[in-house]
Design a protein around this ligand. Structure first.
Ligand code: FE
Length: 211
């Protein structure tokens, strides 16, 4: 298979080539390290924490609790920052988390049209497509088309609401609980909650559907 068969329009680097952004980040890191402003080992630990410890599992547990505990769900929709704190998730100072609930009548989608604001504490590192110019512009203009690209088809009469994140305001989608999960534990339900379902570009897995 030639590389031409690898059809995509996002901007990740191929092979060992570094993207312009990666080169800039490396240059910046080198300068800051040489001047003694940062400790590369500390930076590595922060990146590792976001890659391995702080991932979409945090958000999935929040969603699973909202699916099983109506009191928690009400708190989450009222003040998500406070609600997730009761589960030990602390947002960065100044961040305000808002949970938006999907229903049959309304599907929610999250974007940051300006840059790439994302609820890191809930979902870990943002995917490359989230930061792409295509996603950021098209989500607003043609959300239904973007959802189709993600393999999500909604009923025509389902309204799609797009939420634009900012540095202070982050969103997490509370997807609809899949049918056939009556009586499931929080832990088991959390396995169905995909990252994309909390961004609004996907749906939770159905029982038995491979992840
Ligand atoms: Fe942003």
């Amino acid at each position: 298979m030639s590389s031409g068969d690898h059809d995509h329009d996002h901007d990740h680097p191929h092979g060992s080539d570094l993207s312009e952004t990666q080169l800039r980040v490396r240059a910046l890191e080198t300068v800051l390290t040489e001047k003694g402003y940062i400790d590369p080992a500390a930076l590595d630990r922060i990146v590792e924490a976001y890659e391995t410890k702080i991932g979409p599992r945090n958000g999935a547990r929040v969603v699973a609790r909202a699916w099983t505990d109506p009191g928690f769900k009400a708190e989450l929709l009222k003040d998500a920052t406070a609600a997730v704190q009761t589960m030990g998730h602390v947002n960065r100072v100044g961040d305000h988390l808002i949970a938006v609930e999907n229903t049959q009548a309304r599907h929610n989608m999250i974007v940051c049209t300006l840059c790439s604001c994302y609820p890191w504490e809930m979902l870990g590192l943002p995917p490359v497509w989230y930061k792409s110019a295509a996603y950021r512009s098209r989500s607003v203009i043609d959300p239904r088309g973007v959802l189709k690209d993600f393999g999500v088809t909604l009923p025509e009469d389902t309204e799609i609401r797009v939420w634009d994140s900012t540095a202070e305001t982050r969103f997490i989608v509370l997807p609809m609980r899949p049918a056939g999960t009556e009586g499931w534990s929080e832990e088991k339900l959390a396995d169905l909650v995909t990252r994309d379902s909390m961004v609004g570009t996907g749906q939770p897995l159905r029982p038995g559907e491979p992840s």
